[in-house]
Design a protein around this ligand. Structure first.
Ligand SMILES: Cc1cc2nc3c(=O)[nH]c(=O)nc-3n(C[C@H](O)[C@H](O)[C@H](O)COP(=O)(O)OP(=O)(O)OC[C@H]3O[C@@H](n4cnc5c(N)ncnc54)[C@H](O)[C@@H]3O)c2cc1C
Length: 469
């Protein structure tokens, strides 16, 4: 019997281990899969905390259904009957700018009538088709791309808040190609974003006329999807499927070495295990530490992937104490507004059962790459700042009835300019160790869909490796 060790019990490690078990069975490979996790629970960044009738997500609150990966995994493990789609009004998103919450325009006419972007800003955006295509070949930052194609105001009020909403990132340092590869492709293919939108809309019309299947009515953004019990339902189901006997909790892997009787030896704070195959589904900085002895080159490349901090602040209120409508997803805030928070998700409006009857749950984010120091603020200061911001932005002057604060010192990996080159270097170095596979959110996408897609690739690669030996 061969042995594969998966390190890390977040969505990446769990999905990889589960797929690997199934694919090995299908391929007739006699394989023992062992998953080692340093914490006392599985889930990693996924953790749905239930207290006083509120359901607070420690990290992610869902995945988008416009990519197939997570939905397919749910089907495969029988989790699809528990899926919970976000409410329809969660499509409405807001940006707080110059003292006002502006609804994010969804189409041309609403963009023209919106006061979010000034007329000079709109004019600059309208000139986008005239901007020459980027041809330098150098990795470009999101800020440089935004300024060049869409203008300063669109960068400040649209792109930068989106980058902080997804990556908790700073657009001045983040790579367009690595964070939003499709946008870079659209410019390369069509010569610009507006040109691409027109051509793709025409193509869609033509496809419909020819009776071809087109993207679902969910539209380009997709529908945020979770589970009745919170997103943790997914990692709980995966853990169950893998089986208790195959998962060891509270075991921190310290080193991966060359083995004597097997290709690898995995050394942890509990002992040593030989393995034919090792899949590291841990954050880049943790993976770096494990590989120091095996390959210092890999370690130094992995250390080049920085992480942004994040403080997640959950406030619960009695519904009647909030005068404004909460008919939307929530809002993001451009940095120039000088607020402590990056934005607020109206969690109880997005998904039902996130707050007890007659109550609402708001989840604000603080920190990110632009404000790393906020993660060390004491609870009282965090609460004071969030209350002050909610008062200005949403007119909530009363203190919350329920408070939960979660800190992530290393929340989200930052795909900074040069990330693609770093990945190429990592791939080259990993080739020297057949049977060693790196996966997780540090490399090719941070969304849950990306992590599941990476798990698919990792499990396929593992099967190929085992079949070739
Ligand atoms: C606040 C926040 C909100 C987010 N919101 C969304 C969202 O709404 N939608 C979305 O798609 N994505 C979201 N994301 C991103 C998404 O949650 C992550 O990218 C994803 O969960 C990462 O999964 P992972 O398994 O790759 O890593 P992790 O979840 O970090 O798992 C890695 C695991 O490895 C373990 N580990 C580390 N070192 C060792 C060691 N030495 N030995 C053994 N085990 C070890 C850790 O304990 C952990 O369990 C959010 C992230 C954050 C932080």
């Amino acid at each position: 019997m061969k042995r594969a060790i998966v390190v890390g019990g977040g969505i990446s490690g769990l999905a990889t281990a589960c797929l690997l078990q199934e694919k090995a069975g299908e391929a007739g490979i006699d394989l023992e899969v062992i998953l080692l996790e340093k914490e006392k629970r599985t889930g990693g960044k996924i953790w749905s905390i239930k207290e006083q009738g509120f359901l607070c997500e420690w990290g992610p609150n869902g995945f988008l259904d416009n990519k197939p990966q997570t939905l397919e995994l749910c089907r495969r493990v029988g989790a699809d009957s528990k899926l919970l789609r976000s409410n329809d009004n969660a499509r409405k998103r807001f940006i707080f700018s110059e003292g006002v919450l502006h609804k994010l325009p969804e189409n041309g006419p609403s963009f023209l009538s919106s006061k979010l972007i000034s007329w000079p800003g709109k004019l600059r955006l309208a000139m986008e088709p005239l901007i020459p295509q980027y041809r330098s070949g150098e990795d470009e930052s999101l800020a440089a791309f935004g300024r060049r194609r869409l203008g300063d105001e669109a960068l400040r009020k649209l792109i930068a808040p989106m980058v902080s909403g997804i990556f908790a990132g700073d657009p001045e340092t983040m790579s367009l190609k690595s964070c939003f590869p499709r946008i870079a492709e659209l410019e390369a293919e069509y010569g610009g974003l507006i040109k691409a939108m027109i051509r793709l809309a025409k193509k869609k019309k033509q496809d419909i006329a020819e009776g071809k299947v087109v993207a679902s009515a969910a539209g380009p953004g997709g529908v945020l999807t979770s589970f009745r019990g919170g997103i943790q339902d997914l990692t709980d189901i995966l853990s169950e499927r893998i089986g208790k006997g195959a998962i060891t909790l509270d075991e921190q892997v310290e080193r991966v070495e060359k083995g004597c009787s097997a290709p690898f030896r995995v050394c942890s704070d509990r002992g040593e295990l030989d393995a034919d195959l090792v899949i590291l589904a841990t954050p880049a900085y943790a993976t770096a530490g494990m590989l120091q002895g095996l390959n210092p080159g890999l370690t130094s490349l992995l250390h080049e992937i920085p992480y942004a901090t994040m403080t997640v602040v959950c406030f619960g209120y009695q519904r009647e104490r909030i005068s404004r409508d909460l008919d939307g997803f929530g809002y993001l805030i451009p940095k120039q507004e000088g607020k402590s928070i990056l934005g607020t998700l109206w969690d109880s409006s997005i998904f039902e059962n996130r707050a007890p009857e007659g109550h609402v749950l708001l989840r604000s984010m603080m920190g990110g790459a632009c404000f790393p120091q906020y993660v060390t603020l004491p609870d009282e200061e965090v609460q004071k700042r969030v209350q002050a911001d909610l008062k200005t932005i949403m007119g909530i002057s009363e203190p919350p009835d329920f408070v939960r604060i979660f800190r992530h010192e290393k929340a989200i990996p930052q795909y900074t300019v040069g990330h693609a080159k770093r990945l190429a270097g990592l791939e080259e170095q990993v080739k020297a160790h057949p049977g060693l596979i790196l996966t997780g959110n540090s490399y090719r996408g941070i969304g849950l869909n990306d992590c599941v897609a990476a798990a698919q690739r990792a499990s396929d690669e593992a099967i190929c490796h085992l079949q070739a030996r």
